[in-house]
Design a protein around this ligand. Structure first.
Ligand SMILES: *Cc1c(COP(=O)(O)O)cnc(C)c1O
Length: 498
């Protein structure tokens, strides 16, 4: 029997995995969730011996039940290949007592590659399975990393086009350069005069606009999403938590059944939700530690049960976490509401109308797996500097937010013995200036690429291919628009008349 996916806002909207991947977003703004989280059906002893690709198959086959073995293995093997600069795909590095799970060895050196390198294959396979004739238009809002990873994944994939919106002044210079130099005839990159939430809201509006869908269909197009709301993003992210645990077990770092903590630097709540799913599949995880930067909506939510986005939006040195509406949290809310779509929809309606909602005491009691905290800007820099000085290991700003929260967690709870995995979500080379300034403010006078070479020297790590590529690459995308113009820009790119 196929695993059924339902909308978080309408229990009557039920689809298969491949249909959920194709649609991206459910009707009425809902997200698709599996009706139950399947349990792993292989033992940890078996998983311990598996490669990343084999582990991916064991996890993904349980969620994408309408894919054949051949289809799924084709997707996995096409994604996790030499695009990654290590055969381990997601290596663990032990530093200062914690295990850093490096999720940045793919083509754009951030963790979004873990899912976006496979999504194009899942999507085109899903289209074939469902006899889709339209060309698929991937519409994405990005706070920096998703955009480039999606562009890299979809560039020149037949039957697809990709349009990426990013906040013009809200991404790092290297992130921007990575995107605007993207090759591929089917790629479009647009800076908006607004922040990430506005970009994301604009994209969501286009998705739920049935009039626009009709216009698109007449022109032979249909939208799909590469944002982390697509279950084709979420499911591949579960894999590396299973893999990390299995490798720690294999290497004798933990004993059979020993519980570990997982710390995740969080923005849209996708990565940590994947860890929660891994726990529910049977991976022995104790606490899911949710790390925020100064945009600490989630920290406040875990402390008070109130989600409130009515606050100043702060630009930080960890821009991929500068988010006030954590879209994937809705999947957790739906679950702790007893999978009650009506109740969830009501809360999400309040979020749209009032910018806030409060969950019940009964719902709060189901959040005991989670611990939330945040790391401020100066502490983030201190964490980078002190880890470098004590171990020689250099982490990026997002990972430093997580490491800072882990230190807080240990101090607050006294839980210093549980082995802990910190999701390391970006290479320090992606946020070189912030990282180098943290280590020594004297570096600030150097140019971006001088800093890259200096980082390579002090960290004793080769400059990643993704950075080498953009040193001299020409800018191929220069469109900038207002928030209100997003739909018009899409129509212009697709040559659809108003
Ligand atoms: C996207 C991103 C995050 C946040 O991940 P979510 O799944 O949105 O919570 C953290 N760090 C980096 C480097 C990212 O690119």
């Amino acid at each position: 029997m196929d695993l059924v996916y339902v909308s978080t806002r309408n229990a009557d909207e039920k689809v298969t995995a491949s249909q959920a991947i194709l649609k991206g977003l459910a009707g009425e703004g809902g997200l698709f969730v599996p009706t139950n989280i399947p349990a792993l059906d292989v033992s940890m002893d078996e998983l311990a011996k598996m490669s990343y690709q084999e582990t991916a198959y064991e996890v993904m086959k349980l969620f994408l039940t309408d894919f054949t073995e051949e289809e799924l293995k084709y997707c996995i093997n096409s994604a996790y290949d030499s695009k990654f600069d290590t055969e381990q795909i997601a290596p663990l590095v032990k530093a200062d007592g914690a295990y850093y799970l490096e999720l940045f060895h793919g083509s754009t050196i951030a963790f979004k590659d873990m899912a976006l390198s496979i999504l194009p294959y899942l999507l085109t396979t899903s289209a074939k399975k469902n006899h889709v004739k339209n060309e698929i238009v991937i519409l994405t809002a990005t706070s920096g990393d998703t955009g480039k990873a999606a562009l890299a994944g979809f560039a020149d994939v037949p039957g697809t086009k990709i349009i990426v919106f990013y906040p013009k002044n809200g991404v790092s210079p290297i992130q921007e350069k990575q995107m605007v130099t993207q090759k591929g005839d089917n790629t479009f990159v647009v800076g908006i005069n607004g922040n990430f939430d506005q970009a994301q809201t604009g994209v969501k509006q286009m998705f739920s606009d049935t009039g626009l869908a009709k216009v698109m269909d007449d022109a032979g197009y249909q939208f799909s999403s590469a944002n982390s709301i697509n279950i084709g993003r979420l499911v591949p992210q579960i894999v590396y938590y299973v893999y990390a645990y299995a490798k720690m077990y294999e290497n004798g770092e933990i004993g059979k059944g020993e519980k570990i903590n997982v710390v995740v630097p969080t923005g849209n709540f996708g990565n940590i939700l994947a860890a929660f799913y891994a726990k529910n599949m049977g991976v022995p995880i104790a606490k899911l530690i949710c790390a925020s930067n100064e945009n600490k909506v989630l920290y406040d939510f875990f402390r008070t049960g109130i989600y409130d986005k009515n606050r100043e939006f702060i630009l930080t040195s960890s821009p991929s976490m500068d988010i006030l509406i954590s879209s994937n949290l809705e999947r957790l809310i739906h679950r702790i509401a007893g999978n009650d779509a009506g109740k969830n929809a009501e809360l999400m309606k309040a979020l749209i109308s009032d910018g806030r909602y409060e969950i019940t005491q009964e719902m709060r009691e189901q959040l005991t797996d989670f611990y939330g905290n945040f790391t401020g800007e100066s502490k983030t820099a201190e964490v980078i500097k002190s880890l470098y000085e004590s171990t020689g290991y250099v982490i990026d700003t997002h990972t430093a937010v997580a490491a800072g929260v882990y230190a807080e967690y240990k101090a607050e709870t006294g839980d210093i013995d549980t082995k802990t995995v910190i999701a390391s979500t970006a290479s320090p080379f992606k946020f070189t200036r912030s990282v180098m300034n943290a280590i020594d403010s004297g570096y600030d006078r150097m140019t971006d690429f001088e800093l890259v070479d200096e980082l390579s020297k002090i960290a004793n790590v080769a400059v990643p291919q993704a950075i080498e590529e953009i040193r001299s690459a020409p800018v191929l995308h220069d469109t900038v628009c207002e928030v209100e113009e997003m739909e018009a820009v899409v129509k212009r790119f697709l040559a659809i008349e108003k």
